[in-house]
Design a binder for this molecule. Sequence first.
Ligand code: FES
Length: 181
Amino acid sequence: MSSDEEVVATSIPYFIGKKENIIQTRRVLKSVGGRDVLLIYHQGDFYAIDARCYHSGGPLQEGDIEVGCKKSLLIYICMPQICFNFKFSLLPIKDFDGRPCIVCPWHKYKITLAEGEGLYQAVDPSVKPLKSTWCSKGIKQRIHTVTESNGDMFLTLNDSPGTIDSDYYQTEKYRDTFLKE
Ligand code: FES
């Protein structure tokens, strides 16, 4: 592994902010332990996934900003301290196959928030009438653990061995361009 491919991952819990603030902003981009992670609050649950899409490195924090754009701008203006080292994201969360997914803005790949699975629809032509069903490509996006303690939120990176597709976009090469955009 060359130096620009090195990924630093550790099981240390990182403080990532106050619970109430993350609930308010809903999505936060955070750089911790050499990794860029997108934190998401969705319907009462917190999720943390690698910030760049496993397919081609698409920025999962971006996308359709029709919903909530003005609200996030207002939060940014009123609470600039929360925004230090954070970036807001407004990518819509949708349910596919009954599971909440984030949809990449580049090629619309669907990734489950809880497992990091890539989902796709398939049709069995031998079955009539034709009907599409959701299938899994397996775990493609590395997900991480979010915990709470007395209103403080912590992120523990998933440093499980083995390569997950999204690891490729956590190298210095991609991090440099990503965070400077
Ligand atoms: Fe995300 Fe292609 S980069 S779908």
